[in-house]
Write a protein that binds this ligand. Structure first.
Ligand SMILES: NC(=O)c1ccc[n+]([C@@H]2O[C@H](COP(=O)([O-])OP(=O)(O)OC[C@H]3O[C@@H](n4cnc5c(N)ncnc54)[C@H](OP(=O)(O)O)[C@@H]3O)[C@@H](O)[C@H]2O)c1
Length: 334
């Protein structure tokens, strides 16, 4: 199984089993470990650490062969020691491989909770530590306060949420992006997933998971079905070509905005949209987005919205860094 090195000598398998709301976590984890999974994602909040700990112990696999992630909620900032003891006891282990802050606490508390995670790693209770659903500025704040960079940011990640800027900024900081809810949030009937699946005799879900892998994003699909547990791990015998990958990228609805020519001149569009060179100025220096074209249609003739956009047909022509609009990080997640 391909892995990502998220910290010195800490290898994270690129696919793991998500366990939130599984009907029978013990059975699903046993099945997953039997068919080759070596990565299980849980959280104190899921209330299943005990069943998962028992399933891992009963599998007979050496502890060091299974990568375990668990998470602590921001509301537990004052109960970290109790939560750590309870999670480790339930999971029947002395350490987890990755401990995440489950949800971003408010500024100030975030730095405090991050400090607690650093101490728990130093005490040997976690081999690596990270965060979940953090925006880039929230990550920069905890790095600035501690000098310690999270190993992983676990975020909602699906074609509609594809955000090349976030991927680039995360990677640039040496942080691994891990995607959750990709299957739940995807339209598995979309032609961008169905067509490559038909060409290879695989399922759209497998194409979706392969798309994660091809972007270097760790995936943690959840399913109650034994058959799908196997299916979701069987994504190593093929890869997407660039056009196929870009067609899936182009399903993104993440909005991005950029300053083009200076104050008052902005370009607003969706990732995957292209502004024609004939873009109609809608105000001082503004250019309207003209329809949606697949990323494969990008060319130097067109103004592309992505991590770097080329602005033409404006007062000046130059490359700009396209930044996402402020995210609504407040979306409550399990
Ligand atoms: N950090 C966070 O805040 C956070 C938030 C949410 C989730 N997570 C983690 O991420 C994991 C995954 O996210 P998720 O549970 O929200 O959803 P998900 O894995 O994206 O989707 C699960 C849904 O997809 C279906 N499914 C699974 N495999 C399939 C396949 N091969 N073909 C078609 N449908 C398939 C499942 O149905 P069946 O069961 O019927 O197969 C289930 O309804 C969670 O379990 C949890 O571990 C973390």
């Amino acid at each position: 199984m391909p892995t990502a090195e998220i910290a010195p000598r800490v290898e994270m398998p690129m696919i793991g089993l998500g366990t939130w709301s599984l009907k029978d976590p013990y059975h699903s984890v046993r099945t997953a470990l039997d068919v080759g999974y070596r990565h299980i994602d849980t959280a104190e909040q899921y209330g299943n650490e005990d069943l998962i700990g028992r399933a891992i112990a009963d599998s007979g696999l050496p502890r060091e062969d299974v990568f375990i992630t668990t998470k602590i909620l921001s509301r537990d900032v004052d109960r970290v020691d109790d939560i750590i003891s309870a999670s480790l006891a339930a999971l029947r282990t002395d350490y987890v491989d990755l401990w995440l802050i489950h949800d971003p606490p408010p500024p100030g508390l975030s730095e405090r909770l991050w400090g607690s995670l650093i101490r728990l790693r130093e005490a040997g209770f976690a081999r690596a530590i990270g965060v979940s659903e953090y925006g880039t500025s929230q990550i920069d704040a905890i790095i600035a306060s501690s000098g310690v960079t999270p190993a992983v940011n676990q975020v909602r990640w699906a074609p509609a949420l594809f955000d090349p800027v976030r991927l680039r900024d995360t990677t640039a900081r040496g942080i691994r992006l891990e995607g959750f809810s990709g299957l739940r949030l995807a339209d598995l009937d979309d032609l961008a997933l169905v067509a490559p699946a038909q060409r290879r005799g695989v399922t759209p879900a497998q194409i979706l998971l392969r798309w994660h892998i091809d972007h270097g994003v760790v995936a943690i699909p959840r399913t109650d079905s034994d058959r799908r547990i196997e299916e979701n791990l069987d994504v190593w015998g093929f890869e997407l070509d660039e056009d196929e990958r870009r067609a899936i990228d182009a399903l993104s609805t993440v909005r991005v905005a950029a300053r083009a020519c200076g104050p008052g001149c902005s370009l607003v569009g969706r990732v995957g949209t292209v502004v024609a060179p004939t873009g109609v100025p809608t105000g001082p220096g503004e250019i309207a987005v003209e329809g949606q074209l697949p990323l494969i249609a990008w060319s130097s003739e067109l103004i592309a919205v992505g991590s770097i956009a080329r602005i033409v047909g404006c007062r000046s022509s130059r490359s700009v860094d396209v930044v996402p609009e402020p995210r609504t990080d407040a979306e409550a997640q399990p």
